[in-house]
Design a protein around this ligand. Structure first.
Ligand code: NAP
Length: 221
């Protein structure tokens, strides 16, 4: 199996939250990012072959996932959605950049056909999107480097499967609290310190008024 070099890039509050409440758009928090921090984010977008978010982020935030704060080419936008559940008026279906929807064999045929009229749709997995197969397929399609911009469910599944190489965080100087407010990584979580993902701090610096931290995943040898 081959896969792209994969970097999770996320804006997180000091208490590790991605949004103000469950179900709310991260755009509310991102509006407090200054231009320098936005340039940092968009510099990464301009360098990678692909940019991925989970389908819930498309349904909640309706992002464009394009390069805007710096000069550069737009990466291919990639969204896993097991039942091909992407609104047909989603911004990522517009022609600003190439888009690949990754779905499964369980997706209703009419949704697959409707999306296929607008963008490329590929199938990986039977009931749900098989993320390992997806990464292999993307690599073969020329996506050698990939950034993942959340949300917490996709982050968890990619991390637990060992499909992530780096985590880069733009720290937002807020504490929002809330027990079910999404954090950087959701899912079931690990039960043992043997299983937790170990990281090595590679860099920390400020961009504008924001602390940036860059972490490498330590793979067990
Ligand atoms: N601060 C930030 O940087 C940031 C960035 C992004 C998002 N967010 C926030 O995060 C929240 C959304 O996060 P979320 O955790 O609810 O959802 P998410 O991670 O964005 O999307 C999860 C969805 O992806 C689809 N999917 C298909 N196959 C999958 C697989 N194998 N593993 C994981 N997901 C798969 C599923 O949707 P289907 O049912 O369609 O299959 C699943 O429900 C929003 O509030 C958004 O604003 C914040």
């Amino acid at each position: 199996m081959q896969r792209p070099y994969t970097i999770i890039v996320s804006e997180v509050t000091v208490d590790g939250k991605l949004t103000l409440r469950k179900g709310r758009s991260s755009k509310e928090i991102m509006q407090y990012m200054d231009d320098e921090a936005n340039r940092y984010l968009h510099e990464i977008r301009a360098k990678v072959d692909g940019i991925m978010v989970g389908a819930e982020t498309i349904r909640t935030d309706n992002p464009f996932l394009t390069v805007r704060y710096v000069e550069g080419k737009n990466p291919t936008r990639i969204v896993p959605t097991s039942k091909a559940n992407i609104p047909l008026d989603a911004n990522i279906l517009e022609k600003h950049a190439p888009t690949i929807i990754v779905t499964s064999n369980s997706a209703p045929q009419e949704r697959v056909e409707a999306l296929s009229k607008k963008v490329e749709v590929i199938k990986c997995g039977d009931e749900e999107v098989d993320l390992v197969e997806m990464m292999d397929t993307l690599y073969k399609k020329g996506i050698k480097s990939l950034m993942v911009e959340g949300g917490s469910t996709l982050n968890w599944n990619l991390l637990r499967l060992g499909l992530v190489d780096e985590v880069r965080l733009i720290h937002i100087p807020f504490i929002v609290g809330g027990e079910d407010t999404p954090t950087l990584v959701g899912g079931e979580g690990f039960y043992s310190f043997d299983d937790v993902i170990k990281l090595k701090l590679r860099a920390h610096f400020t961009r504008g008024s924001h602390l940036i931290t860059e972490w490498e995943i330590k793979f067990e040898s």
